[in-house]
Design a protein around this ligand. Structure first.
Ligand code: HDE
Length: 726
């Protein structure tokens, strides 16, 4: 196991070291440092007597406990974090003066926090939801926070709608249900009246909302930002994170089961990967647009419901993020970290995106309530590595002991210090954006009103199975909406994205698509979808679909860190297990033995094999693939065990790779996993590799290749067709 606790490479570790408390060989003390003699009994007047107010240890201990909780984040309450570092591939001096992007030798410490949005702190990781992907770069010029999501667009265009949106998605106020779920009336009521949300709704109904792992999802800065170089030249940029393990998801049925079996699934996965030394890696990519090209798109660069298709402006990989250390203490680090989109460094600046502008206010403001005062920047995890000198003073829980007589500027008493820095001394200079001669008004720019084209582009860019999953997600979500008029309004809006999608969902809901709906607000709904004709444009170049928007195009060339179940019982063929275990380990995967009970299995040759999970503690949904080794007695025991058969059936249903060796092949027959005529009877079902004669041969090689594919979606297509659902 790699030592991830202390990484001398990162300067931030040195900073945190001063605040670490390790009591492993120490006496117990009070908060005042007085050694405690009895931590079992409160001070009483006699053994039966009343407790005495004088007991300072009891009072201190209970007082502290009473105040342990702080308000959870109003959104993104559920999260998991990790330390790491970022390095640029080559100098980005031509586009930005940011010092941490100049030199490939610079290792900038970072802390990343992944999160869900809607649920509270203890909710399941597997909710259908957007995921937060927030990165704090502790640069030498101050902290830069890239507070992004795993989807490149957002539900609303203007910050003034954010409280409405969040109130609608959160549990309903009268009975506080449902937890961490959008499948309820208030959410879809709001969405059905907010057509600008339709592009993001396509993303949230897609499998992107159900990541397999935080290590296998993309991140996006969402808004367009600016980068400014030493010469003062400005360009527009979009930030992208691309995971080195590819972008993968789970099925909704799996997500629901994981939520019950292990609500900490993503948190555990991230933690365990880092403890195992399998450090998650993401490439930072930039889409760069020349300032002169600002208006060359058929959408507005400052509209957060639009993305720039990668086929029009390629994503240039510029550096790599590595997460290599778990926090020592969840509360002190992951909970107390305070991200703020306004934390920028020279060379990075904002645009007029009205959502971004609202966020610039919100993040600092929310910390005042959450962390209890204006000094949250002094909490170790928030402290920059860059030195802090200013005239801000006092406030709750002030840590810094500012010396000297002055806390104002200008002054002569302290020689004028601290003194403001010129640009050449690293002072932050706002980009002198030219503002048009404009009237003050509450309005949006005209291009913002095309709410459907990019929703259609996203839908058209998906593979058949991804389209099916979007339809099924909508069927589930709207099926949980109680009010008919909300369902109908949604069906009507969906026709503007894609008619066949709307029809599919209507069929599942047993409804007809209404010809028209009441539109209480000016919703600006076009007469019909532009399905075929929409082609996003940039300087005259057009595209019809954007393959980069589909997860079907993600690289599938590794099984590193994948979890493989080996289902076995007493009497298993030991060589069949050890050969496969070795091959999987060599390929970087984790093979785990699942058996009817914990402890040890006895192989056919009488050897002991340690068990990792019992059928009670393990579940098929924890794994990416399944191996069924031979051994007559083992297979005989498993075929009589309904939990074992369910394990196999679920693995098949969730389209995962399955390998079987020797008698293990019989278990496939027993579980009827090929009952649609394409299964083990013919052994032609994709993703099922068998070797009935019990010799390993190419089995491991074929199995590894199958696991790389992540899922065999044609299996689901066949099952849906057989059930006449598609
Ligand atoms: Fe946030 N958001 N947000 N948001 N957001 C918060 O800040 C807000 C938006 C995002 O792991 C809050 O410290 C407003 C977009 C992440 O600690 C709060 C608006 C994107 C996180 C807040 C948005 C995000 C937050 C809650 C619309 C993707 C978690 C607690 C104008 C680009 C950060 C906190 C973490 C958290 C406000 C929209 C990402 C209330 C007002 C768009 C990843 O300040």
């Amino acid at each position: 196991m790699a030592d991830t606790k202390h990484n001398p490479d990162t300067a931030k570790d040195k900073d945190l070291a001063a605040n670490r408390e390790d009591s492993s060989k120490e006496f117990l003390t009070t908060d005042q440092g007085v050694r405690v003699n009895d931590n079992q009994n409160s001070l009483k007047a006699g053994a039966h007597g009343p407790s005495l107010l004088e007991d300072f240890h009891l009072r201190e201990k209970i007082m502290h406990f009473d105040h342990e909780r702080i308000p959870e984040r109003v959104v993104h309450a559920r999260g998991s974090g990790a330390h790491g570092f970022f390095q640029v591939y080559e100098s980005l001096a031509p586009i930005t003066r940011a010092s941490f992007l100049q030199n490939p030798a610079t290792k900038t410490p970072v802390f990343v926090r992944f999160s869900t949005v809607a649920g509270s702190r203890g909710s399941s990781d597997l909710a259908r939801d957007v995921r937060g992907f927030a990165t704090k770069f502790y640069t030498e010029e101050g902290n830069f926070d890239l507070v992004g999501n795993n989807m490149p667009v957002f539900f609303i265009q203007d910050a003034i709608k954010f409280p409405d949106f969040v109130h609608a998605v959160k549990p309903e106020p009268h009975h506080e249900m449902p937890q961490a779920a959008s499948a309820h009336d208030t959410f879809w009521d709001f969405i059905s009246l907010t057509p600008e949300s339709m592009h993001t709704i396509m993303w949230v109904m897609s499998d992107r909302a159900l990541p397999r792992s935080y290590r296998m999802m993309q991140g996006f800065g969402v808004h367009t930002f600016r980068m400014i170089n030493e010469r003062g030249e400005c360009r527009f940029v979009k930030f992208h994170w691309k995971p080195m393990l590819g972008v993968h998801s789970v099925l909704w049925d799996e997500a629901q089961k994981i939520s019950g079996k292990d609500p900490d699934f993503h948190r555990r996965d991230l933690w365990q990967a880092i403890e195992n030394g399998d450090f998650p890696e993401y490439e930072l990519g930039l889409q760069v647009v020349e300032e002169a090209d600002e208006h060359s798109f058929d959408f507005d660069l400052t509209d957060p419901t639009k993305l720039i298709p990668e086929e029009l402006v390629p994503v240039r990989p510029v550096g790599k993020l590595t997460l290599n250390r778990n926090p020592d203490n969840f509360f002190a680090e992951t909970e107390q970290i305070a991200f703020c989109i306004a934390n920028v460094v020279p060379g990075i600046d904002f645009t007029d995106d009205p959502l971004l502008q609202g966020r610039l206010f919100s993040y600092q403001d929310t910390q005042l309530t959450r962390l209890g005062g204006p000094n949250f920047h002094e909490i170790p995890i928030n402290r920059p590595v860059a030195p802090v000198h200013n005239d801000q003073r006092d406030g709750h829980m002030r840590q810094t002991i500012n010396v000297g007589q002055t806390s104002y500027e200008p002054n002569t008493i302290s020689g004028g210090y601290p003194v403001q820095a010129r640009a050449k001394d690293g002072g932050y200079v706002t980009y002198p954006e030219r503002l048009m001669d404009a009237a003050k008004l509450r309005a949006r720019s005209e291009k913002f009103f095309d709410h459907f084209s990019q929703a259609t582009l996203f839908y058209n860019s998906q593979s058949e199975i991804e389209k099916l999953h979007i339809a099924q997600a909508l069927e589930f979500e709207l099926g949980n909406v109680q009010r008919l008029q909300i369902r109908e309004r949604m069906l009507f809006l969906l026709t503007r994205v894609d008619r066949t999608l709307a029809e599919r969902v209507a069929h599942g809901l047993g409804l007809r698509i209404p010809e028209k709906v009441d539109q209480p607000l000016n919703m600006n709904i076009p007469a019909d979808a532009k399905t075929e004709e929409y082609q996003p444009m940039h300087n005259g170049r057009k595209i019809v679909a954007s393959p980069a928007l589909s997860m079907a195009t993600t690289p599938r060339n590794t099984i590193k860190t994948r979890q493989i179940a080996i289902l076995a019982a007493d009497g298993v063929d030991e060589t069949a297990i050890t050969d496969m275990q070795k091959a999987l380990k060599d390929a970087g995967a984790q093979a785990r033995i699942v058996a009817p009970r914990l402890g040890f299995l006895r192989s056919a040759k009488g050897r002991s094999i340690p068990v990792d999970y019992s059928l009670m503690t393990g579940a098929s949904v924890f794994f990416d693939a399944l191996y069924l080794p031979g051994g007559a007695a083992s297979v005989d025991a498993l075929r009589k065990d309904p939990d074992a058969l369910l394990f196999i059936i679920e693995t098949f249903k969730h389209c995962k790779a399955i390998a079987a060796n020797g008698e293990g092949v019989d278990l496939l027959h027993e579980a009827h996993v090929g009952s649609n005529g394409t299964g083990p009877d013919t052994m032609k079902t994709d993703g099922i590799v068998v070797n009935a004669n019990g010799r390993s041969g190419r089995l491991a090689e074929d199995f590894i290749h199958a696991i790389m594919q992540h899922r065999f979606w044609n299996r689901q297509m066949m099952m849906e067709k057989a059930a006449m659902k598609v």
